[in-house]
Design a protein around this ligand. Structure first.
Ligand SMILES: Nc1ncnc2c1ncn2[C@@H]1O[C@H](COP(=O)(O)OP(=O)(O)OP(=O)(O)O)[C@@H](O)[C@H]1O
Length: 483
């Protein structure tokens, strides 16, 4: 059973008050907020929270001043300090004033809710597995502590209290839909519907009927008036997934709806007023589609009021293990056997490039939870599961990595039919790798061709010919920085 308590959040950034307040309320805590030291004091005249969360830079002074006195008067209260001045000095001052915890901004919401739980003494100590110390699962939908995710959280916090259109960008499986759901479920429209529609999953000719609805008899099979996604989302949020796949005619109609706030069904004539927040997402390069005449520029501007960029998982490796453990925990909550991740497996996970991003990681962890008999998932078990084409990047023997890449490259060339009697795969490969080898060696000897030929074990004239063939200028290679 989780203990709950009262929390006072003091921050002059309303977005932080909203998002932190909401997260804590979801945990069952009672939350009040204040935007200044004056408001904090006024509230605390009549109310002693179990936990005080306060920012340092407040409009009327330093939030840390006075904390020591507050604690003398209320010894059972715990104080958590938030600060954007992420200096050692602030951390030390917070500790000196008797703060229970100090979190530098941008902070991870999960970390904050955990700190509040800790401050309330809610952790029951039953989590014997050291893995649990980093388990992120405390009710917030998005997991990850990388700087990229912190930026995403910050943007989410800023859009919760308004209705601005959001465009979520990112490769497939990076969590675009989850971001849309989080904005909806933490924002002011949370009691109304969240409706998602995927443009790539619906036959093109049906998209308009799906989005805007249709009248009885509008087309063959339309046996009754049917509300479209816009009407279904009334008062709530409409998530337009894979917006880059929307046909041009539907784009025109969508733009009209966004401009007028009214929807007319297919085959209908009476417009219906709709009030929905729009969150669109795509893994396509919309500016390029605009250049190619396949996406309307005016619609792009209308949708892209606040962009949220979700980087691929390979660019936020610090999140991989956290996510992997989160998915194992979720699998256990769903009734599957509880599995832990061994350290060597965690290391291996971080070396993969995850072309399918978080979804791929989630699938693998679920499969491991179901298929492995042992309680501990090791690197060896993982190796048998990882999909072909995954490239170990930072670790492993370099020669093995290179062999892996070459194998992958060759398979791909053969697979997509690029190898033909007119093509010479051997030459193709050399043309890719040889210039890199020559460049690196020459750069390491400051462009000296005699020494480079020696290191390469080839004749100097052969080297010169190769440089000419590849169009490499040895003089420019002197300045080459090797990157
Ligand atoms: N940061 C995250 N924390 C927890 N789960 C995540 C996170 N990101 C993604 N997921 C999970 O990974 C899966 C894929 O995410 P999602 O469907 O949101 O990706 P997407 O970018 O919308 O993919 P697509 O472009 O293919 O539709 C989902 O099950 C989602 O819950």
């Amino acid at each position: 059973m989780k203990a709950t308590g009262s929390v006072l959040v003091v921050d002059d950034d309303p977005a932080i008050c909203v998002v932190v307040g909401e997260a804590l309320r979801r945990q069952g805590h009672k939350v009040k907020t204040a935007a200044s030291i004056r408001e904090r004091s006024a509230l605390m005249d009549s109310f002693t929270p179990d936990v005080l969360i306060t920012d340092v830079m407040l409009p009327d002074g330093d939030g840390l001043e006075g904390v020591a006195d507050i604690l003398v008067a209320r010894p059972r209260m715990n104080v958590i300090i938030l600060s954007a001045q992420n200096t050692l000095n602030t951390a030390i001052r917070a500790t000196e004033k008797g703060a229970f915890e100090y979190l530098p901004k941008p902070f991870d919401l999960n970390e904050l809710t955990r700190a509040v739980a800790d401050a309330l003494g809610t952790r029951d100590g039953s989590e014997g597995n050291p893995d649990d110390a980093v388990l992120p699962n405390d009710g917030m939908p998005l997991v990850g502590r990388s700087p990229a995710m912190q930026e995403v959280y910050r943007t989410i916090a800023r859009v919760l209290s308004n209705d601005l259109s959001i465009l979520v960008l990112g490769e497939s499986g990076t969590g675009k839909e989850l971001v849309a759901e989080a904005i909806h479920s933490l924002g002011q429209r949370r009691t109304k519907p969240f409706v998602a529609i995927n443009m790539a999953a619906i036959p093109r000719e049906l998209i308009e009927a799906e989005l805007f609805g249709y009248e009885k008899g509008a087309f063959t099979g339309a046996s009754a008036r049917t509300a479209g996604k816009f009407e279904q989302a009334q008062g709530g949020t409409l998530f337009l997934d894979e917006i880059g796949d929307m046909p041009m005619e539907a784009q025109t109609r969508l733009l009209r709806v966004l401009q007028s706030g009214e929807v007319t069904t297919v085959g209908g004539s009476k417009p219906v007023r709709v009030n929905v927040r729009i969150i669109a997402a795509t893994n396509k390069d919309l500016p390029q589609l605009i250049d190619e005449g396949r996406f309307r520029q005016d619609l792009y501007y209308r949708l892209n009021v606040v962009p949220i960029d979700l980087p691929p998982l390979r660019e936020r490796r610090e999140d991989v293990v956290l996510l992997a453990r989160h998915f194992l925990e979720r699998a256990a909550q769903d009734g599957l056997p509880r599995k832990a991740l061994a350290e060597d497996a965690a290391q291996l996970l971080m070396t993969w490039h995850w072309p399918g991003n978080v979804r791929e990681l989630q699938n693998i962890m679920q499969r491991l939870a179901v298929l492995t008999r042992e309680n501990m998932i090791t690197a060896e078990m993982l190796r048998s599961m990882l999909p072909l084409g995954a490239v170990p990047q930072d670790q492993g023997a370099p020669a093995e990595q290179l062999a892996h890449v070459v194998r992958d490259w060759t398979k791909r060339q053969l697979g997509i039919g690029l190898a033909s009697p007119q093509r010479a795969l051997h030459d193709d490969l050399l043309r890719v790798v040889e210039p890199v080898l020559l460049q690196e060696v020459l750069a390491s000897v400051d462009g000296n061709q005699i020494r480079a030929a020696g290191l390469l074990g080839i004749n100097r004239n052969t080297l010169r010919k190769k440089l000419t063939d590849y169009g490499l200028d040895p003089l420019r290679l002197r300045a080459h920085d090797g990157s």
